[in-house]
Structures are given as structure tokens and as C-alpha cells.
Design a protein around this ligand. Structure first.
Ligand code: AMP
Length: 523
């Protein structure tokens, strides 16, 4: 049986797994590491390094070394999130032709899909070297809260890397699959996932080998980086005002301090005290190198983290409300993401759910293992009559609707609807003799179009002229099993129709994806 990869394409690190001989195998790189940094570094003369080699370049080649790119994937250049990122990232972001975000490095411009594709190609190479065979099929995971543009961008990244993306699966769903498959459970499971850049919580109902997501909620801008930033603020505040400015204005110094803050945070997961030492952090007013030294206690770190952790529980409250469950109905809590190694996070989660989180599940690897379980099921289903081993019923994370002329959004699909799904609504013309309608597709929970995210728009033309309200247009939404939306509109009387795959707002066009494919470029 050919292998199919399960890929956790993370903000900070990525993991690749397969099912071999019925057991999950987390594939190590040649250096033995099982976590591969999601970092791509461009050198002179077109050289590209990825993973650990690239991470080492963050400090020495900051403007050409791309990290945390997942935070920007599928977002509009003018979004608040991108504006914030531009302030802190040492590499250059530019606006793409479709208001998407592009990155300039070594004089070339890259789409974020290409950056992710470099990471995916690296993971594929690691897998092929380890397994000694070519592998081209994969299931890739995304945060449950990723919207349609972000999912489509992830799928396109896989295509650019030459992978056949069998399915895009939500990270918490994959984690639950890895934890629950083969256990013959009958329970509600909460998956609390706090990674480098995002937070997600999902509530799943597990009935034997059927995994049904009943609610999911998240914040795509809350993760370990924010905990690091708190530490950086705390460390900088200990300096004299003029030195604070020197450090804040120097991207290399800031990066050094951020790295030191992150390692202090990680060591506080195992000890009560962390020493922070950064040699030659900045030059004083006489131009003399100044070393930085400080200590951070676990208690100090805990105190500065409560606010961020409280934000994760607001998201959990929403998921529990949507699932119509109380904490007492949850019979297992699975932790995912590197940040859940912090005792302050574990303790708070235990207190929130009034239950000790499951041990024995590696929070860094569980998502990729679940993706491999799903990949293997899908390949088995393709090649034999046995059907998938585990049935995954996922949900769409945000509500979807059509914009009206009054500036409202008419819901077509409610958030947390099981996918794949199909729904349609009939709209009428608002002007006499109207021959064209513009369909604008929005995502989000607000009823106001201005507060929702415009995913894409298209027109249905050639309507027969008629008094307003008489011409009826049926707008249908189809979401496939990967959570990707297709929208079509049909004039009920004439049968004339138009449709779009929702990739028009900030995504790449299919021709662009084809042009970027590494195999077509001979990379
Ligand atoms: P992920 O996105 O799941 O790879 O999680 C990455 C985040 O987890 C980063 O913010 C890391 O600093 C953080 N992390 C990794 N290991 C630990 C640890 N032992 N203790 C606390 N945080 C950690």
C-alpha cells in the first residue's frame, strides 16, 4: 500500500507522519528531530534552505528569512492582522495583485502559498528519504478557525509543492482522531490547542469510530508568540529608558531578546527559575557593547500569562455554548500545541474543565498523527471496498451568507454546520427591469456586511427584464469535506447560472497555482 502523509503545517513547527504496518510513525529528519521549524530562508544566488537550517538564519539573515508566515496566509494586505505583523516582522511584506500578501526576499517576490510550499516540499523530502520511496499524497491540517481563503491557500500550497492534497482537516479534529481511534469510546472530547500563533478549541462527540465535531471556536491571533512578547516587554522594562529605545529600534537585538524570552518560557515549564542572558544585546551611548542579564521566575511568568489564558477561556465558553454542553458533559480533554507544555496553561485548563487533561498524548505530534490516520483511511477507501476506518464529520467554523443591498448579510449556512453541506436561498431583484445581480459572499458572525469578511463576489447577468421582486435567483452554497466553498447562482425562470469557487478575494487564481508549481519550474 502506498504511503500517504499526514502533515501538521504549523505556525512555528511542522510535523510529518505516516501509518506504517498499522502504527503511526512520526518521521524524523536526518538530524533526528521530529519537529521541523516552519522557516524558509533565501540566500544569495537563489539558494533556499528550510527547517532547522533556516531557523539558524533568523538572526543572521533576518530580512530574507521567513517565519510565522502561516499568520499571513489567505489574509488581505489591508487587514488589521497584516498591519500589525508589518510592524514586527523583519522581512518585507508587499501587496499582491489580488490584495493578498506577498513577501520580498533576495529581490524576488513570493506568494505565501509558495512559502508554505517550500515547507511542504521539505517535509515530503524528509518522508521520502526516510521511507525510501516517492510519496505524493497528503492530508494537511489547518486551525479549525481558518476561513475559506486560508484553507484554499493551504490546499494551493500543497499543489505548488506537487502534492495531491486528499483533504484539509482541522487540527483539533485530527488530534481527537489520533487520541480516540480504536478506543471504542462514547464520549464528548474537548481539544484545547494553543500553538505558536493560533488558539483553537473543538468539542467532538466520539461514538466508536465516528468522530463528530459539534462545535469549534478559535482566535487566529493568540498563541505562544504573545506570551513571548509579554516576556520581552517585561525584560525591556528593566532597562534604562534610552536603552529601551535602542533595543526596540534594533530588529536584531529584538529578535535576540525574543529568542531568549522563548527559551526562558520553555525552560520555565520544567524549572522555577530561568536565567536570560544575551551577550552584546545593544551598544550604550559610548558605543560599547552591553550584555543583557536577567532572571525570570515561574510565578512572574504565570502572572503575566493569566490575561492571555483568560482569552482562551472566552473562546472555550463560546464553543461550549454552541455545543449546548456544560463542563460536566466533557469526559476527556486533549491538549495540543507546544504552549500546553506550560504548567500555568495545563493547570488553568484543568481548573476550567474540572478534569485532568489526557496524558500520554504528545501535544506536538498528535495533530500530524491524526492527519496520517485520516490520510491512510482515505487511501484505503480509494483502493479497496473496505471503506474508511474512521468516519470524520467536521463542521464549518464560521457562518456564511450573501450581502444584501441594505448592507446586511443573509445567512445561508450557520457556523458549526456539519460538512460536507449544501444550502440554498432564493433572492429576488430589488429594481424594476434589473438584468444583473451581484452576489457578494461573506463569512463571519455579524449581520452587518461591513463587519464581515468578504470572501468573493460574482455577477449573474442576462436576467429577463421584469418588475422588481419578480425575478427569482437561487443562490446555492456547497462546502466540500475540506471546508472549501463553491457558490452558484441560478435564475429560476431561465435556468441561466454562474458560479465561483471562493478563491477570488485574496487567493491565487488556478492558473497562478499551476505556474508556481515547483515541478513545472524544475525546482
Ligand atoms: P506549535 O505551534 O504547536 O509548534 O507551538 C509552538 C509554541 O509552543 C511556541 O510558542 C513555543 O515557544 C511553545 N513551546 C514549545 N515548547 C514549549 C515548552 N516546553 N514550554 C512552553 N512552551 C513551549
Amino acid at each position: 500500500m502506498a504511503h500517504a502523509l499526514g502533515i501538521d503545517l504549523g505556525t512555528s513547527n511542522s510535523v510529518v507522519s505516516v501509518i506504517q504496518g498499522g502504527r503511526p510513525l512520526v518521521i524524523p529528519g536526518p538530524d533526528g528531530h521530529r519537529l521541523h521549524p516552519s522557516v524558509v530562508s533565501f540566500g544569495y544566488g537563489g539558494s533556499v534552505v528550510v527547517g532547522h537550517a533556516a531557523r539558524r538564519q533568523v538572526l543572521y539573515n533576518p530580512s530574507n528569512t521567513i517565519w510565522s508566515a502561516k499568520r499571513l496566509l489567505g489574509r488581505s494586505f489591508h487587514s488589521e492582522e497584516v498591519r500589525k505583523s508589518r510592524e514586527v516582522l523583519p522581512y518585507e511584506l508587499v501587496e499582491g495583485p489580488n490584495h493578498d500578501v506577498r513577501i520580498r526576499a533576495q529581490g524576488r517576490t513570493y506568494s505565501l502559498q509558495e512559502i508554505s510550499a517550500f515547507i511542504l516540499r521539505h517535509l515530503r523530502q524528509i518522508a521520502e528519504d526516510h521511507l525510501g520511496e516517492a510519496v505524493d499524497k497528503a492530508v494537511i491540517t489547518v486551525p479549525a478557525y481558518f476561513n475559506d481563503s486560508q484553507r484554499q491557500a493551504t490546499r494551493d500550497a500543497g499543489t505548488i509543492a506537487g502534492l495531491d492534497v486528499l483533504r484539509i482537516v482541522n487540527e483539533p479534529t485530527a488530534a481527537c482522531l489520533a487520541y480516540g481511534v480504536g478506543r471504542a469510546m462514547e464520549s464528548n472530547v474537548a481539544v484545547y490547542d494553543l500553538g505558536g500563533g493560533t488558539f483553537d478549541v473543538s468539542i467532538l462527540r466520539v461514538l466508536g469510530d465516528v468522530f463528530e465535531v459539534v462545535a469549534t471556536a478559535g482566535d487566529t491571533f493568540l498563541g505562544g508568540d504573545d506570551f513571548d512578547e509579554n516576556i520581552v516587554k517585561h525584560l525591556v522594562s528593566g532597562l534604562k529608558e534610552a536603552d529601551q529605545v535602542r533595543v526596540r529600534r534594533n530588529p536584531i537585538a529584538l529578535q535576540k531578546l525574543k529568542d531568549a524570552a522563548e527559551s526562558a518560557k520553555c525552560s520555565l515549564s520544567d524549572s522555577e527559575l530561568a536565567r536570560v542572558k544575551v551577550p552584546a544585546l545593544y551598544k550604550d551611548d559610548r558605543g560599547v557593547d552591553q550584555d543583557f542579564e536577567a532572571t525570570l521566575t515561574r510565578a512572574q511568568f504565570d502572572r503575566m500569562s493569566y490575561g492571555l489564558i483568560a482569552r482562551t477561556f472566552q473562546v472555550c465558553d463560546q464553543a461550549m455554548r454552541d455545543a449546548r454542553l456544560t463542563n460536566r458533559d466533557i469526559s476527556a480533554v486533549v491538549l495540543v500545541g507546544g504552549m500546553t507544555r506550560s504548567p500555568v496553561v495545563r493547570d488553568a485548563v484543568q481548573a476550567y474543565f474540572d478534569r485532568e487533561p489526557e496524558s500520554g498524548v504528545n501535544p506536538d505530534e498528535v495533530v500530524s498523527v491524526g492527519a496520517a490516520v485520516q490520510a491512510s483511511s482515505l487511501v484505503n477507501a480509494l483502493s479497496g471496498p473496505s471503506g474508511p476506518d474512521a468516519l470524520l464529520i467536521d463542521v464549518t467554523p464560521q457562518s456564511l451568507g450573501v450581502g444584501t443591498v441594505e448592507g446586511f448579510v443573509e445567512r445561508v449556512i450557520e457556523r458549526n454546520s456539519p460538512i460536507p453541506t449544501h444550502a440554498a436561498r432564493v433572492f429576488t431583484t430589488t429594481r424594476d427591469h434589473q438584468t444583473e445581480v451581484r452576489i457578494r459572499v461573506f463569512q463571519g458572525e455579524s449581520r452587518a456586511a461591513a463587519d464581515s469578511e468578504l470572501l468573493g463576489q460574482f455577477s449573474l447577468v442576462g436576467l429577463p427584464p421584469a418588475p422588481r421582486g419578480e425575478c427569482r435567483v437561487r443562490v446555492a452554497f456547497d462546502i466540500d469535506a475540506s471546508g472549501i466553498l463553491n457558490v452558484s447562482a441560478e435564475d429560476i425562470q431561465s435556468g441561466r447560472s454562474a458560479s465561483i469557487r471562493i478563491d477570488a478575494s485574496v487567493g491565487l487564481r488556478p492558473e497562478e497555482v499551476e505556474e508556481m508549481r515547483f515541478d513545472s519550474l524544475g525546482f
